[in-house]
Ligand binder design. Structure first.
Ligand code: AHR
Length: 545
């Protein structure tokens, strides 16, 4: 193994220049969403014949932690539940997520991952040791949902596994044996143990996390100390039986560019024999959107217009973070062999009144939907470096796709779910640049420019998909889709909005915010003219000649 870390001087300067950027800082230029000025009507200009990077389907990934009612009650109700289930896993949740074509699922944490000892979650359930889930409610975890249950869920969902290992309180041997248990085919000790527990065939595990938030709940480490451990632990996460693992080092929070730099300096084995970088192939990033400070993040459903715009400005900041972490990575890895994995993103509000503060249960409104659409627009623009992204979290926790009622068991699809559904056509498509031109100067919100229209686009074969967000809380917008380079032979559009910015779905009103056909699309000499309602998300599917 050869190391060829560049001299620190340039990079140190680079990171200190980048570090001036965090939510609330002054506008920072061209790394976030932008809009040029125009004298004419609002326009989104798209060259349909200039496809760019592939938007990995894994940017539409998910995250399920042993936290609150995500696993227990959300995914897993047990075989004896009255709620229809398959081996304890809720059928309705599986059906809803299969409809989204979720590409991967991260498990078991989060902070929980660095407390989790996987051998406690295998074998007969009644014999599994208990543990304390100290991060999330300080409750006793009975380990009834473990490795076999998770891989069963993965198979039912038709998705791919992203297993997050334990560095903070686990051993190298424990991590090494877990990947052997999961993926080895022969009669090795761990493969034999798996068979004794009822599973003959190895599973595929394409993604493996080397700890989580090592700078905090994952061990309170310094960057260089963790970077050394990440090299060591990742070495023993081996490729067994043709299972090729992407090892993901626990990355930075927010604008901690020094953390990314420390990991890139440790990931300098970029010319390994098989052409893959080593010892880890990707680095993660975490960033949450909230309208207030950490101590009082804001209510999910009761917010002012000022909080609406501040939230959306902070969501748009996620793209700036991706761009700046990618800039650090480019310095060490100009050929983009190491992926950036944004494996925790989304809104984090104060918990719903009357719920356990440790369970992170929150409602989900039109505002959450636009937070999601803004993230996706940014992700599409950085598809060349972004390998994966995982919203936190899939069911009943933070910015969930699905909320379930603890008493009745009723299931509700959130506005965020519908953004994932409407954007599903971007998965594995080729990104198209979408230039936004607006007649007005962008508003300055929370120290940065926030154009009222956000857009992104992609193409696959004879179709293109355009995503449009109208961030204006009160005003409808008419805009022209200026479509160049290919003939457009047909179109259809859908809109997601609600009666107010805080509209949300409940068991009583499950479709208060749900996609509907949008008829307000007219032929225009440049392409199409579209009316976007206030606070709305619109997708336009184009048939191309
Ligand atoms: O998603 C909730 C928590 O947020 C995760 O456990 C942790 O990684 C992050 O701080």
């Amino acid at each position: 193994m050869t190391d060829s870390a560049p001299a620190p001087t340039l990079a140190t300067g680079l990171v200190s220049a980048l570090s001036a950027s965090s939510p609330g800082d002054a506008p920072t230029g061209s790394t976030g969403p932008s809009a040029a000025r125009t004298d004419g009507p609002a326009r989104v200009v798209i060259d349909l014949d200039l496809p760019g990077a592939t938007i990995s389907r894994h940017l539409y990934g998910h995250f399920a932690e042993h936290l609150g009612r995500c696993i227990y009650g959300g995914f897993f109700v047990g075989e004896d539940s009255e709620i229809p289930n398959t081996r304890g896993i809720r059928d309705d949740v599986v059906e809803a997520l299969r409809a989204l074509r979720i590409p991967n699922l991260r498990w078991p944490g989060g902070c929980f991952a660095d407390d989790y000892h996987w051998k406690h979650g295998i074998g007969p359930r009644e014999e599994r040791p208990r543990m304390v889930n100290s991060h999330w409610g300080d409750i006793v975890e009975d380990n009834s949902f473990g490795t076999h249950e998770f891989m069963d869920l993965v198979e039912l969902l038709g998705t791919e596994a992203y297993v997050n290992g334990n560095v903070g309180s686990g051993t190298v041997q424990e991590m090494s044996e877990w990947i052997e248990y999961l993926t080895r085919a022969d009669d090795s000790p761990m493969a034999s143990l798996r068979r004794r527990n009822g599973r003959d065939e190895p599973w595929k595990v394409p993604f493996f996390g080397i700890g989580n938030e090592a700078w905090g709940c994952g061990g309170n480490m310094r960057a260089e100390d963790y970077a050394a451990l990440a090299r060591q632990y990742a070495t023993y996460v081996r490729d067994h039986a043709g299972n090729e693992v992407t090892r993901i080092a626990a990355g930075a929070s927010d604008s901690d560019y020094s953390w990314t730099e420390a990991l890139m300096r440790a990931a300098t084995n970029l010319e390994s024999k098989d052409g893959r970088p080593g010892p880890f192939q990707a680095i993660s990033l975490h960033y949450y959107t909230m309208s207030g400070p950490w101590a009082d993040k804001g209510s999910a459903t009761e917010f002012s217009e000022e909080e609406w715009y501040r939230t959306l400005s902070r969501a748009a900041f996620a793209e700036e973070l991706v761009a700046r972490h990618a800039t650090v990575m480019d310095h060490y890895d100009p050929h983009k062999k190491v992926g950036l994995v944004f494996d925790e993103w989304g809104t984090w509000w104060n918990v719903e009144p009357g719920t356990n503060p440790g369970f992170l249960y929150q409602q989900n409104t039109v505002r959450d939907a636009l937070v999601a659409s803004l993230h996706f627009d940014g992700f599409h623009r950085h598809a060349d470096r972004l390998l994966m992204a995982n919203i936190a979290q899939t069911v009943n926790v933070l910015q969930a796709m699905i909320l379930t009622d603890p008493d009745s068991g009723a299931l509700v699809l959130t506005p965020t779910y519908h953004v994932f559904a409407m954007n599903a056509g971007h998965q594995d498509a080729s990104a198209l640049a979408a230039h936004v031109l607006l007649p007005e100067a962008p508003a300055e919100v929370d120290g940065r420019e926030l154009p009222m229209i956000s857009a992104s686009a992609s193409t696959t074969g004879q179709t293109a998909l355009v995503s449009l967000s109208n961030l204006d809380a009160a005003e409808a917008r008419t805009l022209v889709l200026d479509l160049r380079g290919r003939a457009v032979t047909g179109h259809s559009a859908r809109v997601l909005t609600g009666a107010s910015t805080a509209a949300h779905n409940t068991p009583e009103q499950p479709e208060a915010v749900a996609p509907r056909a949008l008829d307000a699309v007219r032929e225009h000499e440049r392409g199409l003219e579209i009316d976007l309602p206030p606070h709305s998300f619109v997708t336009v599917e184009l048939q191309l000649g």
